[in-house]
Design a protein around this ligand. Structure first.
Ligand code: SF4
Length: 385
């Protein structure tokens, strides 16, 4: 019998390769989306958070959905039979340029399955980006995935051409990774490549050269029994040693016909608590040792980690009119922005009631038990929790 294989056209490739890129995260979902377990919008255009604040519309796509690996959580895994296709660098660059000309997107997010090996995959992705930068003169935003195990020169070229690079660690350590993605190696081919990228970015900054400005990673949460403690230990190490800009947490959801198809989906609230803990480490001045893990290394789900910390440690109320910024940031319901607004406001007025705090962005139901307003505890009737 003769088998006739028909090569998908560009539109078909676009549909397949953008759909399979959907689980790659480019922005921290808002709380409502996390709680509802909404994974991602459909289509190929996604919002991404920028380093300086604000968002941009990204064309999110895979170079290929062929992959030699069999990661247990991934639809692109070679263990699942489905249609495979590949964008040639020229096709993908041209498709992206036409989307930018139509003003439908502002940037590119490019990832890929790995086939036949790390270097060949990375070379193809770099060829796409080089065409955009050198042939088409595209100077806009590009987020490029680094392929685990890729050679130093290719990582260096990626750092040179992209605005942001990322490598998904997927698991917090080798033991968990072996359960999740048996073909992958953590220390050298993943963490080690992030170390290279981080060093290359720092060197370029020192020398005033154009290079990627941020490095991110992503974890699969809840597939193989890893604890929140393990995840956040690796995240804080990545902040400290790699200057990681952001960690994304992708809650496990079973994929039909995959090795983990019968496993229940993870509770989306878990991702919310992980993000909140990461913000505590990154932006609020907390140390990893202060995070409120239980004996199993898990965070509470019924309250924020800062509320849990405050219940155990914040016994003296904080005077809002005098407290330094770092002390304000320890109060549940006060974040970096509201702390700055409090500091600015109290230069001109005394803050003496919760309504004033609410107007400055404080979640007063959370903050009220822990603050003094002009020497007095917040009135009980205004506590809204
Ligand atoms: S390497 Fe693993 S996670 Fe990446 S595309 Fe292949 S199977 Fe999926």
């Amino acid at each position: 019998m003769t088998v006739i294989q028909i090569e998908p056209d560009i539109q078909q490739k676009l549909a397949i390769l953008s759909d399979e890129a959907a689980d790659e995260m480019t922005a921290v979902p808002n709380e409502a989306r996390i709680r509802q377990g909404i994974r991602h919008p459909t289509g190929f255009i996604y919002n991404a958070t920028q380093e300086g604040g604000g968002t941009t519309r990204l064309f999110k796509v895979l170079q290929t959905n062929a992959c030699r690996y069999a990661c247990k959580y991934c639809f692109t895994s070679c263990a699942i039979r489905h249609q495979r296709t590949t964008f040639k660098p020229n096709e993908l660059a041209t498709t992206f340029v036409s989307l930018t000309q139509a003003k439908r997107v502002d940037g590119l997010f490019l990832s890929s399955g790995i086939v036949p090996d790390a270097d060949t995959t990375m070379e193809k992705m770099l060829a796409t980006v080089e065409q955009l930068r050198l042939r088409d003169g595209y100077t806009g935003y590009i987020h490029l995935k680094l392929i685990p195990g890729a050679s130093y020169d290719l990582i260096a070229r990626a750092v040179e051409l992209a605005d942001r690079v990322s490598l998904n660690l997927e698991a917090p350590n080798q033991a968990r990774l072996s359960d999740l993605a048996p073909d992958k190696e953590f220390t050298e081919s993943m963490w080690g490549r992030m170390v290279w990228a981080s060093q290359l970015m720092r060197q370029a900054r020192r020398e005033g050269r154009q290079a990627a400005r941020s490095l991110t990673t992503q974890f699969v949460v809840g597939a193989v029994g890893e604890s929140d403690r393990e995840l956040l230990e690796t995240v804080q190490r990545a902040h400290r040693e790699l200057g990681l800009w952001r960690a994304y947490f992708s809650v496990f959801h079973p994929i039909e016909r995959s090795p983990l198809a019968d496993q229940p989906a993870e509770d989306p609230t878990r991702a919310l608590r992980l993000y909140q803990s990461d913000f505590m480490l990154r932006d609020y001045g907390f140390s990893y040792a202060e995070l409120p893990f239980d004996e199993q290394g898990l965070l509470p789900r019924d309250k924020t980690p800062k509320q849990a910390w405050a219940e155990q440690h914040l016994f003296e109320p904080i005077e809002i009119n005098r407290a330094p910024r770092h002390a304000l940031l320890r109060v549940p319901g006060i974040g970096p922005r509201s702390a700055d607004k409090i500091i600015a406001a109290r230069r001109t007025v005394r803050l003496h009631d919760l309504v004033q705090l609410q107007a400055l962005g404080v979640t007063i139901g959370w903050a009220a038990p822990y603050v003094l307003l002009d020497g007095r505890r917040a009135p009980v009737q205004l506590r809204l929790w």
